[in-house]
Design a protein around this ligand. Structure first.
Ligand SMILES: [Zn+2]
Ligand SMILES: [Zn+2]
Length: 350
């Protein structure tokens, strides 16, 4: 196929710059996608700057991808040219381990293939992500995007959306359940919207008074300033489930105290330095649990997109041209975005 225009980082210290490459020739089960929008995830910045010490340069980040199918391989049955589709954090997995057989490809015991900075299972080529005008992806890792939603606002659902949807489903968020969401960033704001749509009573925890009104607009029934011990004490032993999206190191005990018996605190924010160990007594006395969760499988990601289509849910976004990606990274480091940057990939076609 033709040359694809992208943005890449060439080393950990440099800004992202224009980068052209030729995607792989379509295999029998491949779908070629004309990328329209790509969300900007904090993982993109970590990888571009090699903060996880595993980046293979040049790296083309981006795993919150929405586009239209522009060509299909000979044996593609699920998609046609023109279909609105999405790609998230994975483009392949081993497909034969117990996790893959259960549709939990994100926990593939042989390691899933990342949408970028991954390694193609057939050729060993390094995968390139959605900061790009085109992609080629196996149909089994392509999602169908509801046509009634704003496609730019859909893009962040492919990572931030499924990262919060999966644990909310796993731990039973729904009518009659009291659910807490800790932190109101890219993940937290999706957690609030999704938990509300699932029918739970939603309480948002923030350290910032300035986020109270916005949290209510997004769907929180109550907002608690987590630095205020009196406010926190009013919710002691009352939560079924708390989803903690904060990626900075902090004390988990104040949140564990809010769970009732058998309640679970699930962590989805990945801190650079681990949280201090919580008090074991706090866990023992009420059979409380601490858990983690990683994105979601392909089938569950499709379920999430369909759920968002039914409930009219998208991410709150700030749309930027690709040429502003480096400034966007700096603003993201200051949490200066409501609530996700999305790149208009048409800016690469001008
Ligand atoms: Zn992500
Ligand atoms: Zn597997």
């Amino acid at each position: 196929m033709n040359i694809t225009h992208a943005y890449a980082a060439h080393d950990a210290k440099s800004a992202l710059v224009p980068f052209d490459y030729t995607p792989r020739v379509l295999r029998d089960h491949d779908v070629q996608i004309n990328v329209l929008f790509c969300g900007v995830c904090h993982s993109d910045l970590h990888q571009a700057r090699n903060e996880w010490s595993n980046t293979i340069f040049p790296v083309v980040p981006g795993h919150e991808i929405v586009g239209r199918v522009s060509a299909v391989g000979n044996h593609v049955s699920r998609y046609q040219v023109g279909d609105l589709v999405g790609v998230g954090c994975m483009v392949d997995s081993c497909r034969s381990c117990p996790s893959c057989e259960e549709g939990l490809e994100q926990y593939c015991e042989n390691g899933f293939t990342g949408t970028y900075n991954g390694q193609d299972r057939q050729t060993g080529a390094i995968t390139y992500g959605g900061y790009s005008t085109a992609m080629v992806v196996d149909q089994d890792f392509v999602l169908r995007v509801p046509e009634n939603l704003d496609p730019a606002g859909v893009a962040p659902l492919l990572c931030a959306g499924i990262t919060t949807y999966s644990p909310l489903r796993q731990w039973g968020a729904g009518p009659g359940k009291k659910v807490g969401i800790v932190g109101l960033g890219g993940l937290g704001h999706m957690g609030v919207k999704l938990a509300r749509a699932m029918g739970a009573h939603v309480v948002l925890f923030t350290t910032s008074q300035s986020k109270v009104e916005d949290a209510k607009r997004l769907g929180a029934h109550e907002v608690v300033i987590s630095r205020n011990p009196e406010e926190m004490a009013q919710h002691t032993n009352s939560f079924d489930f708390i989803l903690n999206t904060v990626a900075a190191q902090h004390d988990l005990n104040p949140f564990l105290n809010l769970l009732h018996r058998d309640g679970t605190l699930t962590l989805v924010g990945a801190p650079e330095h681990d949280h201090p160990s919580p008090q074991v007594f706090n866990l023992i006395m009420k059979r409380r649990r601490i858990a983690g969760s990683l994105i979601g499988g392909i089938a569950e990601t499709q379920e999430m997109l369909d759920f968002c289509g039914q409930h009219g849910i998208t991410s709150d976004i700030e749309l930027i041209p690709m040429q502003q990606i480096n400034q966007a990274y700096e603003r993201m480091l200051k949490s200066d975005v409501k609530y996700r940057f999305v790149v208009d990939i048409n800016s690469l076609r001008a």
